[in-house]
Unconditional design. Structure first.
Length: 474
């Protein structure tokens, strides 16, 4: 009997496994593929995900494998001047191919003691009052108290639960590959610039290791979207859009993706939950899917661990849905808007020209940056100061920096008054008496995901709020 079984060992599943292991939860990750995928879908991490890596002590590993790009991303390829004083210590995009992100997250989960079984495909899930029964394709049956479907956009777990997945089906499909080319670099650049004047959904450029990443719209939406495109299909589409196939050959991998946009209408049924692409799919424009999945896992991990450990207050686990569903809804809005803005039709092009002008205004740039990077997220914790419900950025303290104190995934009371106490909750919350010039609140209570759950200087008020997030005193 496992505490938690995670179906799907992508970035969401691995991040969740690590978060659960920080609380000594017994976790098994079941991944159907025997080997990790070579396909490079995501190209990088946004500031909020970089912050998360810092909060858990993984930043150095990620920085060592990635490249920092100044700025905070783009909106449908529209970039204005980067907004000043963005509320983060990590105001850059970290370029890092998804297979590397996936590997680093898997290594971390294993280090923390998660069990990972590759080549294990979940084929059925049934739940009762006491737990969940999971069946694998080889007939193995397993049992756990909880199951989380992190099994991607075509999630079997979501379908077995009968969770609604409303949204729009694919209108367009793209072919994506890493290939070798015979065209000279100058000629390639010239052609790409010309085609991209009208077709923003087309591109081909060097990966840095001798190959080229190519993306081109497909002729139609394939019936079986899991099927690998042929090189001939690729060449035909490149010729249709660019007048040349660039002499593409020897692909490292090829795949297809679409602009399907859907959002699960529940993230939990009984003892089974969903996270990542299993809960939401959208076109990759803006590069938010993997970031969103990692952040789902970061929100869910400590709440599910609290449930398993037995101290979860009523409603804590359900706050995973009430907090994260609106965030995903927002990302879907952003990607729908961006998909329109890359259309070559005159209407969307006119809106694009206007938005290009608007993006030059500081406030517009800031609004878009806070959305794409997720640093603007504010959960609804009720009335209170502006910081309440937001995650606190990394700040300097006399004993180091804040994120350096959050490695274990526990709650934290940062007390600048020296008068407060978390006695009764020290098994769940760290108490830090320190001061920072960057914090103008007397004391803040941080949840394990770094969001500010309480601000104040009165012990009585603190005691009233502690149980909401951390359960009864022990
Ligand atoms: C072209 C493209 C570019 C992208 N670029 C970006 C980007 O720049 N930035 C960004 O943030 N996101 C990007 N994304 C999105 C990103 O790739 C996904 O959002 C991310 O991989 C989702 O992670 P996940 O773990 O939720 O799901 P997945 O990565 O899909 O992982 C799900 C895992 O579950 C396994 N699985 C499925 N079914 C079963 C089963 N029955 N039993 C056991 N295991 C199962 C699968 O094998 C898979 O390993 C891009 C996507 C595409 C297609």
């Amino acid at each position: 009997m496992f505490d938690v079984i995670i179906s799907g060992g992508g970035p969401t599943g691995m991040m969740l496994a690590s978060e659960l292991r920080l609380h000594k939860v017994d976790v098994l990750v079941l991944e159907k593929d025997a080997e990790p995928s070579k396909a490079v879908r995501s190209l990088g991490l946004h500031p909020r995900s970089i912050e998360i890596m810092d909060q858990r002590g993984l930043l150095e590993r990620f920085l060592a494998h990635g490249q920092q790009y100044p700025g905070v991303g783009h909106f449908a390829g529209i970039t204005g001047p980067p907004p000043t004083n963005l509320d983060t210590a990590h105001g850059y995009v970290l370029g890092i191919p998804q297979p590397v992100t996936d590997r680093l997250l898997a290594e971390r989960a294993v280090e923390l003691g998660a069990q990972i079984r590759r080549g294990s495909e979940v084929t059925n899930v049934e739940q009762d009052d006491d737990g969940v029964s999971v069946e694998l394709s080889d007939g193995t049956r397993l049992r756990s108290h909880w199951l989380v479907g992190c099994d991607g956009g075509r999630s079997l777990v979501r379908r077995l639960l009968g969770i609604g997945f409303p949204g729009e089906p694919a209108k367009t499909e793209w072919l994506l590959a890493e290939v070798e080319v015979t065209t000279t670099p100058d000629e390639l650049t010239k052609v790409v610039e010309e085609v991209r004047r009208t077709h923003k959904g087309f591109g081909i450029g060097p990966t840095g290791d001798g190959l080229h990443r190519a993306v081109v719209p497909a002729a139609s939406v394939a019936e079986d979207r899991t099927s690998t495109p042929t090189l001939e299909e690729f060449r035909t589409q490149l010729r249709a859009y660019a007048g040349t196939d660039f002499g593409v050959h020897s692909p490292r991998w090829m795949s297809r993706f679409t602009d399907t946009t859907r959002l699960a209408d529940q993230y939990r049924v009984g003892r089974v939950l969903l996270a990542g692409d299993a809960a939401h799919v959208h076109p990759p424009i803006g590069g938010q899917g993997l970031n969103l999945g990692i952040q789902d896992a970061f929100n869910l991990g400590w709440k599910l661990a609290a449930e398993v450990t037995g101290w979860a207050p009523k409603g804590l686990l359900d706050s995973y849905f009430t907090e994260r569903h609106p965030v995903a809804e927002d990302v879907l809005t952003m990607t729908r808007a961006q998909s329109e803005l890359i259309s070559p039709e005159p209407g969307p092009q006119a809106v694009r020209r206007m938005l290009t002008e608007l993006a030059k205004f500081e406030d517009v740039g800031r609004f878009l940056a806070e959305k794409t990077t997720s640093i603007g997220i504010r959960y609804d914790f009720g009335e209170g100061p502006e910081l309440l419900g937001r995650r606190l950025r990394d700040i300097s303290l006399s004993r180091g920096h804040l994120y350096g104190l959050t490695r274990q995934g526990r709650g934290l009371l940062l007390d600048q008054t020296g008068k407060l106490s978390v006695r009764g909750w020290t098994d769940r919350i760290d108490y830090i008496e320190d001061v920072s010039e960057e914090l103008d609140s007397p004391a803040v209570l941080l949840r394990p995901d770094g969001h500010v759950a309480w601000i104040g200087d009165k012990q009585n008020d603190l005691l009233r709020h502690l149980p909401t997030w951390f359960g009864s005193a022990s």
